[in-house]
Design a protein. Structure first.
Length: 136
């Protein structure tokens, strides 16, 4: 699989609960309109359904469902890229776009809350960035 397809699928799911969702959805549907116009409407419906699945999964803390949806969209984007290589530049443009996590989104990054519990003699290490642990 091309890494760009994972990047776009991840960016798409990152936009699900943000103001960027409509732009993200339009960009992905636009790929299909160019390459496979007969499938554009069904792709749009599928994106709406995927968004609902992800929102419900997040509310229920069902991370695996979001992973499945991401993998599905990565596979769909990969299939589109294989059959229509010209889509590659459009995928790169999506990555450079605002909703795909470009520099403009840094200030609007969502707050992430992480919880952990250790018992007995176990340890938990958490970090919001790089974590360096030096041995004892």
């Amino acid at each position: 699989m091309e890494p760009i397809t994972l990047t776009v699928a991840t960016a798409l799911l990152s936009a699900v609960a943000t103001d960027s969702w409509e732009h993200a959805k339009s960009a992905v549907v636009g790929l299909w309109r160019r390459a496979r116009p007969d499938q554009a409407e069904s792709v749009e419906s599928d994106l709406v359904r995927a968004r609902q699945q992800v929102l419900i999964a997040r509310a229920e803390h069902a991370v695996q469902i979001e992973d499945v949806v991401r993998a599905e969209w990565q596979a769909r984007l990969q299939s589109l890229l294989v059959t229509h290589p010209e889509v590659g530049e459009l995928l790169r443009e999506i990555v450079r776009s605002r909703w795909a996590g470009g520099p403009e989104d840094v200030q609007r990054a969502p707050v992430v809350s992480v919880k952990a519990r250790a018992s007995d003699f176990s340890r938990v290490y958490q970090a919001g960035g790089d974590l360096h642990i030096h041995g004892q």
